[in-house]
Design a protein around this ligand. Structure first.
Ligand SMILES: [Zn+2]
Length: 319
C-alpha cells in the first residue's frame, strides 16, 4: 500500500518535471518565433530581449547595455531631419558595370539583386533638409547595400551634395559607414576618394562647416578620405573605425594589437575623433554645433535662441 502511494507520488513528480520541461520549450519556441517575426529583439551584446517597438523608440540603442544596433539610411534620415523637410537629391543616378566585373556572380546581377532586396539604387542617400529648423546638406550611407562600399555613384552623389551645399552655404553632415572601396569598380572606385575630398576643400575654402559622423563600421577608402576630413569629427560609441583590417595589420606587424584597437574610444584617445556621441543625443549635438558655427546674422541668432529654448524646455521635461 505504502509502496503504491510512493510510486504514484514519484510518477506525479516525474509528470510535473516532464510538463515543466515541455512548457519551458513551448515558451522558448514562442519567444524564438516572436524574435523571428521581429516582435522582439535579442541584444547581440547583453542578450536581453527588448520589445522591438521600444528599441525603435530608443533609436535602436539597447536600453539595457547601450549597444548601438545598425540602422538603415531611411531610419537615420527620420531620426535626424525634421518631419517633412527631407528633399532627396540625384535619385536618378544608377551604377553601371564598366569593367564587366565578375566574382562569384556578375556585378550587374549583384547590383540588381541588392536594388530589389532593399529598395535603394545605391549605398548612399543624399539630400537637403532641416535639423531643428536649421538647413543642412545630409548624406547617409547604407551598410546593407554591398557593405556601403564606395562605388562611382556613391562618390558622385556625395560630390554633388557637397557642391550644392557650397553654393547654398549649407553645412554638410555625412553619416559614414563603409567596408571600403567597391572592388568591382576598380580604379573608378578609388578615384572617388580624390573627387569627394576636392569638393570638400572648396566647401572648406568657403568657410563652411563639415561634420562626418563615424558609425560602425567605417573602414577603408572612406576612412582614408571624407570620414577624416571633418572640421569636427563625431563617432558613435564602440564603432569600429580603421583603414586596413585588424587581422591584416597583426599579420604584417607580427604582434598582437590591444583589445580596443580601431574603436571610436581609442581614436578619441589619440585625437582622430573629437567626440563620441550616443545616437540618442546626436540630433541635439549636431544642432548645437551647426547653430554655433553659423555666421552671426539676425536669422542665426533667432534660430540659436529657438534652439536653446527648445533644449532648455526638453531638459526641464527630463528633470
Ligand atoms: Zn544590450
Amino acid at each position: 500500500m505504502a509502496n503504491n502511494e510512493e510510486s504514484r507520488g514519484l510518477k506525479s513528480l516525474l509528470d510535473w518535471f516532464a510538463n515543466r520541461r515541455k512548457s519551458g520549450s513551448i515558451i522558448q519556441e514562442r519567444q524564438e518565433r516572436e524574435i523571428a517575426d521581429g516582435l522582439w529583439h535579442k541584444c547581440s551584446e547583453c542578450s536581453v530581449l527588448t520589445y522591438t517597438k521600444d528599441l525603435k523608440a530608443n533609436q535602436m540603442v539597447c536600453v539595457e547595455c547601450g549597444h548601438h544596433n545598425r540602422v538603415d539610411s531611411d531610419e537615420r534620415i527620420r531620426q535626424l531631419t525634421d518631419a517633412k523637410t527631407w528633399s532627396p537629391m540625384d535619385e536618378h543616378l544608377r551604377p553601371t558595370d564598366p569593367l564587366q566585373f565578375r566574382d562569384r556572380k556578375p556585378y550587374i546581377d549583384r547590383l540588381r539583386e541588392m536594388q530589389e532586396k532593399i529598395g535603394l539604387v545605391e549605398a548612399v542617400q543624399t539630400g537637403l533638409g532641416q535639423i531643428n529648423g536649421l538647413p543642412i546638406a545630409l548624406g547617409v550611407m547604407d551598410f546593407r547595400f554591398i557593405g556601403a562600399s564606395m562605388g562611382s555613384v556613391v562618390g558622385e552623389k556625395l560630390t554633388r551634395l557637397i557642391e550644392q551645399a557650397t553654393q547654398r552655404r549649407y553645412p554638410v553632415v555625412i553619416i559614414c559607414t563603409s567596408g571600403g572601396a567597391r572592388m568591382q569598380e576598380g580604379m573608378l572606385s578609388l578615384m572617388q576618394m580624390a573627387k569627394v575630398s576636392a569638393a570638400l576643400q572648396l566647401h572648406r575654402e568657403a568657410r563652411l562647416l563639415y561634420i562626418p559622423v563615424l558609425t560602425n563600421p567605417t573602414t577603408g577608402g572612406v576612412t582614408a578620405s571624407f570620414a577624416m576630413l571633418g572640421d569636427i569629427i563625431l563617432a558613435e560609441p564602440k564603432a569600429t573605425i580603421g583603414f586596413a583590417g585588424r587581422r591584416v595589420i597583426e599579420q604584417t606587424l607580427r604582434e598582437k594589437l590591444p583589445e580596443d584597437f580601431q574603436t571610436a574610444e581609442d581614436l578619441l584617445k589619440h585625437g582622430f575623433v573629437d567626440e563620441i556621441v550616443p545616437r540618442t543625443q546626436l540630433k541635439q549635438t549636431l544642432t548645437q554645433l551647426i547653430a554655433l558655427h553659423q555666421q552671426p546674422t539676425l536669422n542665426t541668432t533667432h534660430s540659436m535662441v529657438m534652439w536653446e529654448t527648445r533644449a532648455l524646455s526638453s531638459s526641464a521635461v527630463d528633470a
